[in-house]
Design a protein around this ligand. Structure first.
Ligand SMILES: *Cc1c(COP(=O)(O)O)cnc(C)c1O
Ligand SMILES: [Zn+2]
Length: 419
């Protein structure tokens, strides 16, 4: 391990990197810790040449930059190694030439959260835990459940607290993977608070992302992959949807690591996109005031987070990279779901396409340049939330099993010549 220590992002206090040290004892639950690495040692083993001959295409290829002991048991699911596409047709449709989509919905349980959950499972094993718990709007939970289920030769259970509103597809995943599922009446915050109380009371391992500093380290692998897949040429901008803020904070950390190691020549500017009905971090970014709790009024359930758990790391990521925040409406999100699908063959869940909706809006409003290069991360798979996809795409036409009827229909569509 090349970790030096953990450091509080508020007061700077340092702690040894044990699996149990999750927040700063001085600052309490808001004392978010950051993992600090020994870059000069990492530099000796972590090189572009070594990566080029490494045939492990999961996140474990980045082991020297991960806060785990390579000898501890790991989940066997293949996490990471998701494709990046040059989205020529989609880019053209919004007037951007250099547009790339990274489809993280192709992770084993269908979202970017797998990158964090796989690390959580390693840490739970390292801590000798029997139960690992989290509260989640869905994806953190389903990825934890899947990664736990894939663990061989170690008996670990996932206990998951979900808010009532979590989509059926995500709940089904949890149950299929054999997690203990507790559906909490109320909001995400209610589910979070109950999970925190249970974790405290029963001494379970805590996968709640903001609280657990190791998880952002898993999420940062998305930035490593982006740079490696683009031949170590960092894009001008990278775009993420934002809920708790761990994803965009993780991306920043990943770019930061590579920049410290001299492997890229700039840190991309980060664009964070929230839903209009739930945008505490955009408001904080715009006003410069501390963030305030908001309603959770959006169909993009994965970013329906009225009280973000990682606000400082997220806002730092946007500010330090000289990026920006923007909001989009649910209507724009649904529109972009089909728009992306039709131009790329990539099917994202609502929060998965929110980043692109924000990019399109900023381009339309001329707030960013169409000449720059953009990577948009599709953070979750559309099949997780079919109810909203049907809202976006509508229903198919129905006809009787009759060739003449089909003929008529195809003529209406202009797909065959009218007689
Ligand atoms: C969790 C999640 C996000 C947002 O990540 P945060 O760390 O909460 O900001 C975005 N999209 C999807 C699909 C997610 O599951
Ligand atoms: Zn502190």
């Amino acid at each position: 391990m090349y970790v030096k220590h953990l450091q509080c992002i508020s007061c700077g206090k340092e702690y040894p990197a044990t699996p149990q040290q999750l927040t700063c004892s001085e600052c309490g639950p808001d004392g978010i810790l950051d993992v600090i690495y020994d870059y000069s040692q990492i530099q000796k083993v972590f090189t572009k040449e070594n990566l080029a001959i490494n045939r492990d295409h999961s996140i474990w290829r980045y082991m020297p930059l991960l806060p785990i002991d390579p000898n501890v048991k790991r989940p066997s699911l293949r996490v990471g190694g998701t494709p990046i596409y040059y989205a020529k047709k989609l880019g053209k449709a919004i007037g951007v030439e250099k547009l790339y989509l990274k489809d993280d919905g192709l992770n084993p349980t269908g979202s970017l959260k797998d990158r964090a959950s796989s690390i959580a499972v390693v840490k739970a094993v390292e801590a000798g835990a029997k139960i690992v718990a989290c509260s989640s709007t869905g994806n953190a939970a389903s990825s934890l459940a899947g990664n736990v289920a894939s663990l061989n030769e170690y008996d670990l259970k996932a206990c998951i607290f979900v808010p009532e509103r979590a989509p059926a597809g995500k709940i089904a995943q949890l149950l299929i993977y054999g997690a203990i599922v507790i559906s909490v009446e109320g909001s995400y915050e209610d589910a979070f608070n109950l999970s925190a109380a249970a974790i405290e009371k029963y001494g379970w391992y805590n996968r709640n992302a903001a609280i657990n500093p190791y998880l952002v380290e898993g999420k940062k692998t998305v930035a490593f992959e982006i740079c490696e897949q683009l031949n170590w040429e960092a894009p001008d901008w990278a775009v993420f949807s934002v809920g708790d803020g761990c994803t965009i904070a993780g991306a920043y950390k990943g770019f930061y690591d590579l920049y410290q190691l001299g492997m890229i020549d700039k840190i991309p500017k980060l664009i964070g996109v929230q839903a209009e009905g739930c945008a505490p971090l955009t408001r904080a970014w715009e006003t410069g005031e501390p963030w305030q709790k908001t309603e959770e009024n959006t169909l993009a359930d994965s970013i329906a987070v009225g009280s973000p758990r990682n606000p400082e790391k997220a806002l730092n990521a946007v500010r330090k990279s000289q990026g920006m925040m923007v909001n989009v409406s649910d209507e724009e999100i649904l529109k972009m779901q089909t728009f992306i699908g039709r131009h790329t063959g990539v099917f994202g869940e609502p929060a998965g396409v929110t980043g692109f909706a924000g990019l399109k809006k900023l381009i339309d409003e001329k707030k960013i340049s169409p000449e720059d290069s953009y990577v948009v991360v599709i953070t979750g798979n559309g099949l997780k939330d079919i109810a909203n996809a049907r809202k976006a795409a509508g229903e198919p036409v129905r006809i009787a099993p009759d060739l003449e009827k089909l003929d008529q229909l195809l003529k209406e569509y202009g797909l065959i010549d009218k007689l």
